[in-house]
Design a protein around this ligand. Sequence first.
Ligand SMILES: *Cc1c(COP(=O)(O)O)cnc(C)c1O
Length: 243
Amino acid sequence: MTPEISISERLDAVRARIAAAAAAAGRPADEVTLVAVSKTHPPGAVAEALAGGQAIFGESRVQEARAKIPLVPGRARWHFIGHLQKNKIRHALPLFELLHGVDSLELARDIDRVAGETGAFPRILLEVNVAGEGTKFGFTPEQLRGQMEDVLALDRLNVDGLMCIPPPQPREEMARPFFSALRECRDRLQAEFGVPLPQLSMGMSGDFGAAIAEGATLVRVGSAIFGPRSGRTWKPTAENFDD
Ligand SMILES: *Cc1c(COP(=O)(O)O)cnc(C)c1O
């Protein structure tokens, strides 16, 4: 039987792989921020990663995050990495310091409006559908070019950069063209609209090395840190709520 590998050992291994990928690309390792994706995992797993020195955690469902975040001791920082539904914006804004997956002008407008009502100035990343898949969320690069002016006019929003979730590939190297497409999309938008878009959120457990080679500044890594996801979402038990 293989001995159980702890979360902090897995974290160390992921950090070492990030450092190696950055070094291979001639980039300083501190240009790449690790977002530990804790969706479906209990608060205790987050606490273990926090104790192992991890600062930032990613969640993709507002309801799960609302239940989990108060149960995590210490000061974890949280990023929202999922598809944000309009009716969840009000709950999401106070919980998350960065919204990774803003995938339409309509959603950006809704976030801006709610932020105006609550006094927030949300930091966001715009999700680009780099693979051109019809069913996926996100702006196509052409759409984003056409709508960027309107997004930038939303004065509550700070657009920090772009994000993508390319389809899984049989080999990691095959993901590189999607990641380079996101970087090139960012470079064009920066030049055309004269705005800094420093953040590129790209790369997950299976392909973060390739993403770092193409310029990722935020990698969203779940299963390589917390192990495989068994259930759908984490839910609090009655005992968690007896106060
Ligand atoms: C779940 C998820 C991840 C993490 O996936 P792993 O393959 O477990 O690393 C990253 N990004 C998004 C948007 C996700 O939903």
